[in-house]
Design a protein around this ligand. Structure first.
Ligand SMILES: [Zn+2]
Length: 438
């Protein structure tokens, strides 16, 4: 990308003995920026940080770069980052040519992130005009003034500004194991970052919890690892997973869905694993007898009172299910709600199920429930005229009408695309099957 001129190299060879003495000790190992493609053999590289009270303008002045060079730099980098507002502690490198009497700036390099750098070559000795706009006020008479704009070309040494991006390498990491004691212990034993467990579970979106795998169950997965120059950067996508318990196999494969223009985790039947709310809190659907209504005439109280729920009527004892996976944050009795359960699904949504005759076994505060799991049974406890479940839907702490929310109904790969999907799925499945078990 940017290479030193050959004259520098020659100079380096001729004066290498001298250089040894004159290069100040604080010069850092040139390897630190070798990847930028700059030959720094005879130059001094220093890594620095902007002080708290510094800004770019001050830095340019200190480095003896003029205001035209500053203006050009801001202009050349404006699409990339706003250098007029760089923060203190901004990392940068100076590369200088050191002689007995002078220190000549060759390059100024800003580190934007671990893999992005702005390289400014300051060695250009040609002159180009900088079009400075000068505003003048011409007084025409006592009352009349006129503004004029003049463009004055000023000659300066241009900078050559370039962006360098380190290439990110993606490696697919495969792992398969028969679980011995627990997933966590298996991961530890084989030096797999426990963060991956969370990533795997996220792919399942609450449909299956990887941490729940028990002794004898199997786990197979492929995920991406990102690195730069062989150095670990981050984890990328989980490409495919299969968890096999004694009862069932759970697949999640990352598939690009044209219709949505996005990647979705899907199962062996092409169903999305994305969080979805079941429309009805009743196992068999049930019928809505009263909708969310801010001005309802209350049948028991005989006054207009907002109805912040959706009532589903069903015979006493009909199972009530969690409409999405989450954590039970209330399972209690109050005068108005009767026996009720409240579930927190994520940072946005909570649901509440009122007037239950009783709770399902094990339903209490802090318990994790899966979508479709029975949490209680229809009744008419609290302020109710007959057996029904009053289903309440909370979004950011306020009650809303779930029938008006776009609550991603369980989506499925479109029929037309299914054969293509199944081909993809079989390839993914084969890859998983071939990973040797540890
Ligand atoms: Zn209600």
């Amino acid at each position: 990308m940017i290479a030193c001129s050959t004259s520098n190299k020659k100079q380096a060879a001729n004066t290498s003995e001298l250089q040894k003495d004159t290069i100040p000790q604080e010069c850092i190992d040139p390897v630190a920026i070798e990847f930028l493609g700059i030959d720094v053999d005879s130059l001094c590289v220093k890594e620095k940080e902007l002080n708290r009270r510094d800004n770019l303008q001050k830095l340019f002045r200190t480095l003896k770069l003029d205001k035209y060079q500053y203006a050009q730099f801001i202009q050349d980098t404006k699409d990339y980052t706003d250098f007029t507002h760089i923060t203190s502690r901004q990392k940068y490198f100076t590369i200088t040519k050191e002689t007995d009497s002078s220190s000549l700036l060759q390059y100024l390099i800003f580190k934007i992130s671990d893999f992005e750098y702005i390289i400014t070559n300051c060695t250009d000795t040609s002159y180009v005009p900088f079009n400075k706009v000068q505003e003048d006020i011409v007084v025409l008479s006592k009352k009349k003034k006129k503004k004029t704009k003049k463009i004055i070309p000023i000659l300066y040494h241009p900078l050559q500004v370039a962006v360098y991006e380190k290439k990110i390498d993606t490696t697919a990491i495969k792992f398969a194991a028969v679980i011995q004691k627990s997933v966590a212990k298996t991961f530890k034993e084989h030096h797999i970052d426990p963060k991956i467990i969370e990533k795997l579970s996220k792919a399942y979106n609450g449909k299956f919890n990887v941490a729940n795998l028990r002794k004898g169950d199997t786990l197979q997965f492929v995920y991406d690892q990102l690195s730069i120059n062989g150095r670990f950067l981050d984890y990328g996508h989980v490409q495919a997973i299969c968890c096999k318990t004694k009862k069932k196999q759970y697949y999640a494969v990352d598939y690009f869905i044209d219709d949505d223009s996005s990647y979705q985790y899907t199962d062996e039947n092409g169903k999305y694993l994305k969080t979805a709310f079941i429309k009805s809190p009743l196992q068999k659907g049930g019928s809505i007898v009263s909708r969310f209504n801010l001005h309802r005439f209350h049948p028991v109280l005989q006054v207009e009172k907002a109805h912040l729920g959706t009532d589903f009527a069903a015979p006493q004892g009909t199972p009530i299910v969690a409409t999405a996976s989450g954590i039970v944050i209330a399972a209690q009795f109050t005068q108005n709600n009767g026996n009720y359960v409240k579930i927190r699904h994520d940072k946005v949504y909570e649901t509440q199920y009122l007037h239950m005759s009783r709770f399902a076994r094990g339903i209490r505060n802090g318990v994790r429930v899966q979508q479709g799991q029975v949490i209680g049974y229809v009744g008419s406890t609290g302020l109710a005229t007959g057996p029904h479940v009053c289903y309440r839907f909370w979004k950011y702490g306020a009650q809303v009408d779930p029938l008006k929310e776009k609550l991603n109904v369980v989506k499925q790969i479109p029929k037309n695309d299914m054969s293509l999907y199944l081909q993809f799925f079989i390839v993914a499945k084969n890859i998983l099957e071939k990973i040797p078990m540890v």
